[in-house]
Write a protein that binds this ligand. Structure first.
Ligand code: 0X9
Ligand code: ZN
Length: 418
C-alpha cells in the first residue's frame, strides 16, 4: 500500500519530466531488461509501467520469468534502478547507449534504392511514398482484382489508402486488416504489404483465400508518425497532431469504447495519450468508418502491431472475456499452430488485458463491441534484440511467418462461419 502511494506520488512529479516522451531522438537513454520472478514483482513492474510516465515499456507480459524491455531516459535511471533494487527485481542493461536517431547510413543508403529494388518491402522498410507507389502499381496492373480507395487523410495531409482484393464478384464475407497505427512498429506495414503481395501476385497459391472472400487492407494507418519514426526518431509511437505542450495521440487509445479508462493517459506528453476526445484523430476516424461502414460483410478484423508474438482478442479495457470469445480463440489458435508447425515459433494467445495489460480505447474492442465484427484480433508480430526495428535481413522471415498465421486464421474463420 505504501509502495503504491509512493508510486502515485512519483507519477505526479514525473509528468513534467515526461514532457514529450521520446520527442527528441538524441536524449541519452538505455534499454533495460527486467525479469519479474514472483507475482509480487510482476505487480510492481505493472504499477511502474502504469504510473511512471517517463519510462517507455516496450514489452511487458503478465507472465513471470519473462524478460520485460524498458527504455529509460538518463534522468530517470537512478530512481528506476533504486525502485528495482528495493523490490529485488533482476535487471540488466540490454543496450547502454540506445538512440532513436535514424542512422545517417540508412538515409544515405536510401539514395541507392532509387533503382528497381526500391519497392522491395521484403528487404527494407518502405517509406510512405514507396508504399503508395507499390499499391498504386498493383491497382493498375491487376485492375480486375485490386481496387485502391482513398479512405481519408492524415493530420499532415497524407492520403490513407485501402487495397481491396476480390476475385470475381464481391463476396459476402470480408476480412479487414490494418497496420501501422503505432508509428514505430515498422514490421506491421511490411506484413500488410506481404499479405497484399501473396494474394495478388501469388494468387494461384492462395486460391483458397480468395474463394468467396474479400480482403480490405489498410497498410499504413498512421503515415505521419511512421514517416517521423523512419526519418527522425525511431521510437515515435503516436500520431503527429499537436495538443498543448506536446505532439501526438496514441491511435490505439482513441477509439470510442470505454475511451480514456484504464491504460490510457489524459496527459498529452505521454505515449499512451488517449487524445482530447474520442476520434480526435483523422487516422482513427478512417479506421472507424471502415469498421462501421463495412460491418455487414467484415467478419474478421485483424490489427497488426509489434512486438512480442501474441494474438490478442477483446477485452482490452477489462480482464473479463466477451461472451463469444471462443470463436476468436479458435481462430487465434489456428494461426498460432500453423506458425508453430512451419516456423517453430510460439505465439501467446488470449484476452488482451489478461495476456498483456489493460488498455482502453483500442480498435479491437471497438470493432467487436460497436461495429459488431465477430472476430477482432490484434496480432503482435515479432521483434528482435533491437526491439521494434528488426534488422532488414530479418524482414522476410518475419513476414513469411506472419502470413502463415494470417492464412490459417482466415481459413479457420471461414470454416467456423461466424
Ligand atoms: O497497447 C497496445 O495498443 C497494443 N500493444 S502495443 O505494444 N503494439 O502498443 C495492444 C492492444 C491490445 N488490445 C487492447 N488492449 N484492446
Ligand atoms: Zn502497437
Amino acid at each position: 500500500m505504501f509502495r503504491f502511494a509512493f508510486l502515485l506520488f512519483h507519477a505526479t512529479v514525473s509528468i513534467d519530466m515526461a514532457v514529450c516522451i521520446s520527442a527528441t531522438c538524441n536524449r541519452a537513454m538505455k534499454l533495460y531488461g527486467v525479469v519479474p520472478k514472483t507475482e509480487g514483482q510482476m505487480h510492481y513492474l505493472r504499477l511502474l509501467s502504469a504510473y511512471n510516465e517517463s519510462l517507455d515499456f516496450w514489452l511487458l507480459t503478465t507472465v513471470t520469468n519473462e524478460e520485460a524491455h524498458v527504455l529509460v531516459p538518463a534522468e530517470a535511471e537512478n530512481k528506476f534502478q533504486r525502485d528495482l533494487l528495493n523490490n529485488h527485481l533482476e535487471f540488466f542493461v540490454k543496450n547502454p547507449n540506445i538512440s532513436g536517431c535514424t542512422e545517417s547510413s540508412r538515409l544515405e543508403r536510401k539514395a541507392q534504392y532509387r533503382s528497381k529494388e526500391s519497392l522491395d518491402f521484403t528487404r527494407r522498410y518502405l517509406s510512405y511514398s514507396d508504399i503508395n507507389k507499390y499499391i498504386d502499381y498493383l491497382g493498375r496492373k491487376y485492375a480486375d482484382m485490386v481496387t485502391i480507395t482513398n479512405v481519408g487523410k492524415s493530420y499532415e495531409g497524407r492520403t490513407l489508402k485501402t487495397v481491396t482484393i476480390a476475385k470475381g464478384q464481391q463476396s459476402r464475407q470480408a476480412i479487414l486488416i490494418d497496420a501501422g497505427i503505432h508509428a514505430r512498429e515498422w514490421i506491421a506495414p511490411a506484413t500488410a504489404l506481404y499479405v497484399i503481395n501473396r494474394l495478388v501476385q501469388h494468387a494461384n497459391e492462395n486460391r483458397d483465400l480468395l474463394n468467396n472472400l474479400t480482403w480490405i487492407i489498410l497498410p499504413l494507418v498512421n503515415p505521419d508518425g511512421y514517416e517521423y519514426s523512419l526519418k527522425t526518431n525511431k521510437f515515435w509511437r503516436k500520431t503527429r497532431q499537436p495538443y498543448r505542450r506536446c505532439i501526438g495521440t496514441d491511435g490505439n487509445r482513441n477509439f470510442n469504447f470505454h475511451w480514456g479508462e484504464k491504460g490510457a493517459s489524459k496527459y498529452e506528453c505521454v505515449n499512451t495519450f488517449s487524445g482530447p476526445r474520442p476520434f480526435s484523430e483523422p487516422e482513427t476516424q478512417a479506421v472507424r468508418d471502415l469498421l462501421v461502414g463495412k460491418n455487414d460483410t467484415v467478419k474478421f478484423y485483424l490489427s497488426l502491431h509489434s512486438y512480442g508474438r501474441m494474438l490478442l482478442y477483446p477485452w482490452g479495457y477489462k480482464k473479463d472475456l466477451p461472451r463469444k470469445w471462443r470463436n476468436m480463440d479458435a481462430v487465434a489458435r489456428a494461426g498460432a499452430s500453423a506458425m508453430q508447425r512451419s516456423h517453430r515459433v510460439d505465439y501467446r494467445i488470449g484476452g488482451a488485458a489478461k495476456v498483456l495489460y489493460e488498455a482502453s480505447g483500442a480498435s479491437d474492442d471497438y470493432a467487436l463491441a460497436v461495429a459488431r465484427i465477430p472476430i477482432a484480433i490484434t496480432m503482435e508480430l515479432p521483434g528482435d534484440e533491437r526491439g521494434f526495428h528488426p534488422s532488414e535481413s530479418k524482414i522476410s522471415a518475419f513476414i513469411e511467418e506472419a502470413f502463415t498465421g494470417i492464412r490459417a486464421m482466415a481459413l479457420k474463420m471461414m470454416e467456423i462461419q461466424v
